[in-house]
Write a protein that binds this ligand. Structure first.
Ligand SMILES: Nc1ncnc2c1ncn2[C@@H]1O[C@H](COP(=O)(O)OP(=O)(O)OP(=O)(O)O)[C@@H](O)[C@H]1O
Length: 337
């Protein structure tokens, strides 16, 4: 039975092994992966290529079956009632689904009709979505004339035609230029507030996860290695970096001694005229650090506070930087071809 008050998505102890093919060992794509997503929120699965994000999405959207474990969408068991799950979800795959020869409006209406909407209903909903995604002026143009960003927005609109409760977005901005990415982010933010949707998003862009996801699971080798809001994950690293550049005539030793007296600052150290420390709240500690330096008569040239990034979080939980993990995953895929 559906449990509207429960989590919108549940993945519990999912295991999935693919046969490696022709003498190669099997691939354990999921190794006990689990998470829960609250209704009306955006949940991000963040991990490099091959981490198991798409496999998870396929299992939750009934396109694939787990070897063991369970999964529920809007309280519905994906194995027991797959057709009910399909009605409750929209799926925006990495590859475009629209017909390039059809217009934007035709594609939307067709998608609505395929989902069982009446002609009138489909036209009304398509107009609403064209407007929401800023495509009204292009509704009568063939999709083959659309830019990458416009085609992507249309794909998302197609996924939303039947007003799903849960939308799956598989790497929505891969392949888009930075400007089109930023624009799609804005649209996605608007969409989640406007439609009261639950969104499961996979991405290998740290900035995308940081910007769009209310909560995140960092996935590595088929397991969730860390989870929380982007802020919680970054705060888990215990502190912002406070960096002070001293003026050329300042005494670095006096500066160091002054900073060591600031209670909120830990791990104080220096490299030439650059002094640094960590603080739970960099913004609150920076004025104290500057006051301590001034009182000690040490002149400052500049000062900055840097928040820990999701890359730092990734490094902490997987032992390698995200960029490095992504590069080695790409190398493995290259060699497998
Ligand atoms: N149909 C399949 N047959 C064999 N191995 C597969 C299959 N699909 C996925 N895999 C393997 O399972 C692992 C997880 O793949 P998955 O596509 O879920 O990862 P991902 O995190 O979504 O990566 P990507 O960002 O590249 O889509 C990888 O090692 C992949 O090569």
């Amino acid at each position: 039975m559906a449990q509207p008050s429960g989590p919108a998505l549940v993945a519990d102890q999912l295991v999935k092994t693919y046969s490696g093919g022709r003498g190669k060992p099997p691939v354990r794509a999921l190794d006990g992966l689990g998470f829960e997503v609250r209704a009306g929120t955006v949940f991000g699965l963040l991990g490099p290529n091959g981490a198991g994000k798409s496999t998870t999405m396929k299992i939750l959207s009934t396109l694939s079956r787990a070897d063991s474990g369970s999964a529920f969408v809007a309280g519905i068991d994906v194995v027991r009632q797959p057709s009910r799950v399909r009605r409750a979800i929209g799926f925006v795959a990495q590859k475009p689904v629209s017909d390039p020869m059809g217009t934007g409006a035709e594609n939307l209406v067709l998608a609505g009709r395929l989902q069982g909407m009446s002609g009138r209903e489909a036209v009304a909903r398509s107009r609403e979505l064209l407007d929401r995604f800023g495509l009204t002026g292009h509704a009568r143009r063939q999709v083959k004339t659309y830019s990458g960003g416009m085609a992507r927005k249309l794909d998302v609109a197609i996924g939303l035609m039947h007003r799903p409760q849960v939308l799956f977005l598989d790497e929505p901005t891969t392949g888009l230029d930075p400007e089109a990415r930023a624009e799609l982010w804005l649209e996605l933010e608007r969409m989640t507030t406007g439609e009261n949707l639950t969104v499961l998003l996979t991405t290998h862009y740290l900035d995308e996860a940081d910007r769009l996801a209310d909560r995140l699971a960092i996935v590595d080798h088929g397991r969730v290695v860390a989870g929380g809001t982007p802020e919680e994950l970054k705060n888990g690293l215990r502190g912002d970096a406070v960096v002070v550049e001293l003026a050329s005539d300042a005494d670095p030793f006096a500066g160091l001694a002054a900073l060591q007296r600031v209670e909120a600052l830990r791990e104080v150290g220096g490299d030439g005229r650059t002094l640094r420390g960590r603080a739970d709240s960099g913004a609150a500690t920076l004025p104290q650090a500057l006051a301590a330096l001034e009182a000690a008569g040490v002149a400052v040239a500049s000062a900055t506070v840097a928040r820990p990034s999701l890359d730092d979080v990734y490094l902490r939980h997987t032992g390698r930087t995200f960029t490095r993990a992504q590069e080695s995953a790409e190398l493995v895929l290259e060699n497998a071809r």
